[in-house]
Design a protein around this ligand. Sequence first.
Ligand code: VAH
Length: 315
Amino acid sequence: RILITGAGGQLGTVLTVELQKKYGADNVIASDLKLNPDFMGHFEVLDATDFEALKSVVLKYKITQIFHLVAILSANGEKFPLNTWDINMKSLFNVLEVSRLHGINKVFYPSSIAVFGEDVEKDNTPQNPNLTPSTVYGMSKVAGENWANYYHKRYGLDVRSLRYPGVIGYQSMPGGGTTDYAVDIYHKAVKNESFECFLEASTHLPMIFIDDAIRATIELMDAPAEEISVRTSYNLSGMSFAPQEVFGVIKKTIPNFEITYKPDFRQGIADSWPNSIDDTQAKKDWGWQPKYNLENMTEVMIEKLRIYYNNKLIA
Ligand code: VAH
């Protein structure tokens, strides 16, 4: 059976459904701090920073795989730095220890392009440059990658990880991430509202459509262990764009959409991140290949959000 921690988040919401489809709903246990009332499936209220609570869920359901998605993201994480560190690291230590002690076969650990800092090549950032993150979230991900690598080397735990770029999906509301402007912009466009962007028009960031991000996660976890040459975390990319570009593509479908730019503290975080990512190693080791670009992602985002808001209006 599979346990997903942080199942109520942007990735967890979608990954839970895909894993239920793949393994059957009875073999997937979603968990988070609170239950989403319209969640369908097995759910456990769980604070992943509580070792005993996590252990009892693992034993109760005889869990064999854990997807550990709990984290405070980059922007929100800067408000209370020590709290962000505690939550992000304590929950990971618990997952690694429970997995070591109770024979968990595989663990998935999400990392992020937030691990890169000012001193790396910004275009096509390589797999193994210097990692000097500018946010506590990024620092926790660099530390987490090294802990994952350590548990693999020392205990043989099969921990696998992806450095997600900004993930764009229609299934959840924009969250505490610096890349979440690229989710919010679609909601505003579909609601025929103007959009105030918290980043400058020309701020390029690596991004990926949620369907590609989830498929990459499942393909990585399904790959034979001997093909996995990276046990810190794989660079992963789908596309790269700036606010002015996603605005331009949306405007083709929603011509009276308007944007203003009002950069805030998140501009500093975005400026410390790459413009684009080199994910050659993922392509080589386990055949990664993105399917979405800015154009076809925009088509799906607008179509799905129009359905969502129309149903909301009717409801
Ligand atoms: C964030 N969406 O903005 C997350 C992600 C690369 C960005 O880590 O914090």
